[in-house]
Each structure stands twice: as C-alpha cells, then as structure tokens.
Write a protein that binds this ligand. Structure first.
Ligand code: ATP
Ligand code: MG
Length: 627
C-alpha cells in the first residue's frame, strides 16, 4: 500500500533544514568548531599560492643562494601542516555530534512510532518506516558532518579566492568569474532534477525494503505455493525500476560534472594566454601569474564540489522531508492531559472533560491510583452505543450501536460469525483504536478521559495472532507484569498450560522469536495467553486465545482460566462451545451489532441466530459417533 506523504514541494529548503535546529542546538558549539576548522583549512590553502608568488617575485633571482629558499619552504611546509591539522580538527569536532544527532533522531522516530495509533501502522508500509529511520537519517548525518560545512566553506573559499584573483589582476579575476557563471546556471538545473530523482529513488528503495521484508516473513507461503518465481519476478521488476532511477541519477550527476570539470579547464587555458600577455605587457608580475594559477588549482576542488554539495543538500532536504512526514503524523490516541498540552488550546469542552474525568476518577479510587506495580481490582466494562469504522472506510462502520455491559468480575463470551467485528470490538477496549461514536467505559469512566497508561495497565489483551519478541520466554511472558517475579511467571505458565517452556534447552531463559527457537502455533498462543494473564489486569480481553490448541489442552486451559479469572472481568472471543460454557453470559455479535446477551442456555433456547452460530462451531464428531 502506498503510504501517504506530505507534498514536500510546499516546503522550502530553508524551512526543512530549519527544522533540524532543535536537534542541532545541543551540539551547536562543536559543529561551529568544525565549521571554523574547515574554514581555517580553506583560508590556509589559499595562503600557499601567495607565498609561492612571493617566492617567484622576490626570492627566485639568478644567483640567489639556495639558503634563501629555506624560509619560504619552511612557511609552505608549516601552512601545509596547519591545513592538515585543521582538516583533522574538523573531523574530530563533527564526528561525535553528528552521530549522536543521528542516534537521537532515530530514537525520537522510534518513540513516535511506538506512540502512533495502530491505524497509522495499518496505512504505512514497514519498509518505508525502515528506510526512513535508517537510510534517510544516515544521509542527514553525512550531510551535517561533511556536506553542510563543506558547502559553506567551499562557497567562502571561492569568494575569498576570487577576491585574491581580482586584487592581483582584475582581467584574470573576471575571466575566472565568467567561467563560474555556467557552473552556477548548471547547478540551478541540476538542483531541481537531482531532487526529483533522489526522492524517487529513496521511495523506491523503501518499497523494495518492504518487498524483501514481506517475502522473508512469508517465505513459507511462497515456498509452499511454489510462488517463489513470481515473488522473484516482482522483486526483479522493482529492483530494475530502482536501477533505472539510479542510472538517471548518475547521468544527471555526470552531465553536471562534465560542465564543472571542463569549464574550469577552458578558463585555465584562456587565463594562460591572457596572463602571459599581461606579463609581457608588464602589467602582471611572473609571481602574480604563478599565484593566479596556484589559486585556480586550490579553487578547482571547491568549485567541483560545490555543485555536488548542493545536490547533497537537496537530497538531505528530501531525506528530512521523508523523516518529518512520519514525525509529523499526529497521534490521535493520547491521554486527556496530553491533548490539552499538545494543542495548546484549553478548549472549554476539553477542560470540562478532564475535570469530569478527575471527578470520576476520585469517585472510583481504583482508577486514580498508580498503575503497574499493584494488582488491579476487577472493573466494570461497558460499551455504550458504540460505532466504529476503520479510517480507510469511514462510511462502512464495522460496529453499529453496540451496547454491552460486563459487571466487575464477570466473564462474557463474545461469539459471532467470522468478520463480524469481534477483534475490532476487542481492540477498542485498550484504545488500540478509538470509537467513532459512543463510549467505552471502565468503571463508568470513558477510556478516552483516563490516562492512556491507566487504560493499558488495567486492560490486557491477547490477540488472535500470537506475537512474540526475539527475547527469552521470561521476558515475553512478563512483558506487562506488575511484578517480574518467578512466582508470577510460574503461575502464568501454569494457567496457560505452557509447561513446555520449562523443558526448553535453557528453560524459561531460552531465546525465542525470530532470532531464537521456533515454537509451534499452539506453543506461541499459550505463551501469549500467559503474557496476558501475567499482566494481572482488571479487565482481560482474550481474542480467541485457544484456537490453536487441541481439544484436551483447551479443556485444561479453560479449567485453569475459570479458576484464574475469578474476580477478573473478562471478555473472551470464543469459537468453541467449551469456551462459551466457561462464560457467565454470552453476547452474540452479528451484522455489526450485539443481537442478544444471555446465558448460553438462555440464548440456545430463544435465539435462532445463536443456535446457528453455535452449530457452526460444533467440534468434529468423535470416532464413536462416526462408527
Ligand atoms: N485495519 C483494517 N482496516 C480496514 N478494515 C479492517 C481492518 N481490520 C479488519 N477490517 C475489516 O473489519 C471487519 C471485521 O474484522 P474483525 O477482524 O474484527 O472480524 P472478526 O469478527 O474478529 O473475525 P474472525 O472471527 O475471523 O477473527 C472485517 O470485514 C475486516 O475485513
Ligand atoms: Mg477476529
């Protein structure tokens, strides 16, 4: 899916680079030191031609003793060493701040990505986020450490060099300046063209990264369905597109370089003819002519580089625009105080809501207290006239007028046909998505009026897909636990019937996940369930947590859960009658709304729709039934 990107053409170069200001500020001293060192190196390099001019005019005469050359040689040597020292100092000054800045920007982006709502991640391809947090930021670091400083220093060196040339001979100075004009015009066109191609290539590289990631994650599917060739063809087509763009980029640079290399050569030729004529006319000393050529030689590098550095500056703008595209994505799911702080407008309604929530929280002492670290008491959970539509289909609500009420400590099973919105409903409770209408209430308080941390620590959710991180079993299970103790781990593993974890090569300290031991689907699901149980929430949301287990294990887990869930308000999405039986009451979700709520027996007796859904759940017949 193509991610939404800002129209970067609307921001100017200085606006974008200006946004680096706050990041650069802490390091401005060192970066300025780097700039001064680079500038000093540039100025020293321009002094060397002057000394050479002196040498030719005042020292090199027939009969001059060789000893007279010593001091000139010494001055040139000292200047040379000074230039090297300044170049070294520039690196020393900038390397640390630039790499720190890169790391900070990367961490900042990661933090932002963590905070952005799930709906943002639904829209953005992971490869794009990867390339923005890696490639684009490395580019920015290189520009800060080298490009930006050298661009300014090259500009200053060129100006100072031209002044020196003009002061020794205005005609030669003029020739050099006239030669620089086509380079400047060329830079101007180069700038626009390079910016476009560079943006395209960065986007294509991002898409390619997504492609690699998807193919690696889905490697089993591709192999099993023999679609490797198609995946390869698709990858090849994208890789070739990127190659084309890179070639266009290289051609753009090449045609630019052709001008900035050939024009100075031409200028030198004309300068040689004119300069010799001026010397013959007596209007220029031989030393002056030597100094002109030596200065032109010194300026050759900055003149060649200045265009490239300009290109680098524009590519950095592109990289930063891509970074800020993500950084600017607004987080819509925030704590009430953060809403007021981030908008800076304490609107009457927000203020009232916060005040209400403060009152509501003080009425409910459970909600006002600190979050992790305490075992939460059971909460009531209500969905009040809830409507929900995904951001990409705002006109097709998945849930409509959903009313559901769970008493503290009650276990409610949620059943409904596939695609009816059960998972969506579950994800509304810990605010992974926000309702588009109505309210979700925890102990009578709208979850949007509670601090996000409070909601997330009171509600624990086990997802349909069990996601485990590359870490130990212990870390995975105790991810959200208030107390990271062995007892908590043991208890959670026991309830989830995940005893296998203790038999792993290094027990609960075995690495699992992508970089560790592979687990079966049922094992992953049990660890994910254990994680939810270990979080000791006051509201437990279990989205079909037992689907990958065999019937016997499922029965055992169900029994354990029945004991463990005592006193915990639980909403459990169920696909098997045995799980439904676990619940105090059952809610039937169909056609986007709750059709009926009651005990399993009540619903069986009065709801044809429920009987229909339940009959589709029926377990496979036993061998005796078949025979
Ligand atoms: N991120 C999303 N963006 C847009 N639509 C979505 C998104 N996620 C799910 N949907 C759609 O929302 C509907 C409800 O999905 P949901 O996952 O809640 O169903 P479910 O009842 O949990 O189904 P199942 O029993 O198969 O797990 C489906 O039609 C699905 O296509
Ligand atoms: Mg689901």
């Amino acid at each position: 899916m193509k991610p939404k990107t800002n129209d970067t053409e609307t921001t100017t170069l200085f606006q974008t680079l200006g946004r680096l200001g706050p990041f650069v500020k802490p390091y401005s001293g060192r970066l300025f030191g780097g700039f001064l060192s680079a500038l000093a190196a540039g100025i020293v390099s321009l002094a060397i031609p002057q000394v050479m001019g002196e040498l030719v005019n005042n020292v090199l005469h027939p009969g001059t003793p060789v000893s007279a050359l010593w001091w000139v040689t010494a001055v040139v040597a000292v200047l040379g060493v000074l230039e090297a020292v300044f170049i070294y100092l520039r690196r020393v000054f900038v390397i640390t701040p630039a790499s720190l800045l890169e790391a900070e920007m990367r961490i900042g982006l990661f933090k932002h990505l963590q905070q952005l709502p799930v709906s943002f991640h639904d829209k953005w391809a992971s490869g794009q986020l990867l390339s923005r947090s890696m490639g684009d930021l490395s580019h920015t670091r290189r520009w800060l450490a080298f490009g930006a400083i050298m661009f300014v220093v090259s500009g200053v060196t060129i100006v100072v060099g031209l002044v020196v040339m003009f002061s020794s001979s205005w005609i030669l100075g003029l020739v050099y300046l006239v030669g620089a004009i086509p380079i400047m015009i060329r830079s101007f066109y180069f700038r626009n063209r390079f910016r476009r191609v560079s943006r395209l290539s960065q986007d294509q590289a991002g898409d390619l990264a997504t492609n690699v990631e998807e193919s690696v994650q889905g490697i089993r599917v591709l192999k099993a369905f023999g679609r490797g060739q198609e995946a390869l063809d698709d990858f090849e087509a994208r890789a070739m597109d990127l190659r084309e763009t890179e070639i266009t980029k290289a051609k753009t640079i090449a045609s630019f370089l052709a001008v900035i290399v050939s024009v100075p050569e031409l200028v030198l030729g004309i300068g040689l003819i004119l300069g010799t004529w001026l010397v013959v006319q007596g209007e220029l000393t031989v030393g002056g002519l030597v100094a002109f050529f030596a200065t032109a030689a010194v300026l050759a590098r900055p003149v060649e580089n200045v265009g490239m550095l300009l290109g680098m500056t524009f590519a950095t703008k592109t990289a930063l625009d891509r970074y800020f595209d993500v950084f600017d994505a607004t987080n819509t799911i925030v704590s009430p105080a953060a809403i007021t702080a981030s908008t800076g407008t304490s609107t009457a309604s927000t203020a009232t809501t916060s005040a209400d929530s403060a009152t509501a929280a003080s009425d409910n002492p459970q909600l006002g207290e600190a979050d992790r670290g305490t075992e939460a008491a059971a909460s009531s959970l209500e969905l009040e006239n809830v409507t929900f539509a995904f951001a990409d289909a705002p006109d097709a609500p998945i849930l409509r007028s959903v009313d559901l009420s769970l008493r503290p400590g009650e276990t409610m099973a949620l059943v409904g046909p596939t695609g009816s919105g059960k998972s969506a409903l579950c994800e509304l409770i810990p605010r992974l998505y926000d309702v588009t209408g109505g309210r979700v209430l925890l102990d009578g308080v709208d979850v949007r009026e509670l601090p996000l941390d409070t909601v997330r620590s009171r509600v624990a959710i086990a997802f349909e897909d069990s996601i485990l991180f590359s870490s130990t079993v212990r870390d995975n299970v105790l991810l959200g636990a208030p107390a990271r103790t062995d007892e908590a781990l043991e208890e959670a593993l026991n309830v989830a019937e995940a005893h296998f974890a203790k038999e792993l090569p290094e027990g609960v300290d075995t690495m699992i996940g992508e970089q560790g031991l592979s687990l079966s689907g049922g094992q992953r699901q049990r660890l994910s369930l254990a994680r939810t149980i270990a979080a000791k929430p006051s509201v437990l949301v279990l989205d079909d947590p037992l689907s990958a287990l065999d019937v016997r294990t499922e029965e055992q887990v169900t029994e354990n859960l029945r004991a463990a869930l005592e006193g915990t308000t639980t909403l459990i999405v169920a696909h098997r009658p045995s799980t439904v039986v676990l619940a105090d009451r059952v809610a039937l979700l169909q056609d986007g709304t709750i059709q009926d709520v009651g005990t399993h027996e009540e619903l069986l007796a009065r709801s044809a729709a429920y009987r229909d859904v339940i009959s589709s759940f029926e377990e496979a017949p036993t061998m005796e039934e078949i025979l």
